[in-house]
Design a protein around this ligand. Sequence first.
Ligand code: GRF
Length: 195
Amino acid sequence: MKRVAILISGGGSNMLALVRDMAGDHPARPVLVASNDPAAGGLAKAAALGVPTTALDHRAYPDREAFEADLARQIDAARPDIICLAGFMRILTPGFIRRYEGRMLNIHPSLLPKYPGLHTHARALAAGDSEAGCTVHEVTADLDAGPILGQARLPVLPGDTEDSLAARILTMEHQLYPAVLRRFAAGDRTPVLLP
Ligand code: GRF
């Protein structure tokens, strides 16, 4: 049974989808939900599902490395085989990423390699793209650029706003990420492509 740690910064809707899916014949189970924000709404949701949680306020640290050293200690104490970034909004240093490279995943709300970084939906709309979506990838030192493990795409509709597109894509994220984690935890890196 693979052990999964999930890192969040906010509401944790992707974390919830992952935790709820890790049941029955799923080859993995959640062992920790950690956040860089003690006020993250996802922490209470994880605790309500019986998943151990921890929160480290990144603003309480003198620098990024000190925060990441504490975070790594908390993560390593849970002995995870896989780390899932899920709405985690801190950029991680190459040193931290190297500790977990090959077993750390992230979900990004665009069809990578298009639109790495922020404001992905606004950029897709501004470009007049006919479709948009989300990507699960392995985390490497290059931001939002690791090997792709899954993508979900959907049409951009006339009249779509950043909010309407974000909402439709978030629903697809909740299908894509659990499907990718099931496959990845079983040792299969074949990309999941939805629909
Ligand atoms: C969402 O914008 C999602 O697209 C991205 O992280 C943000 C928050 O996700 N992956 P969550 O609800 O905290 O999982």
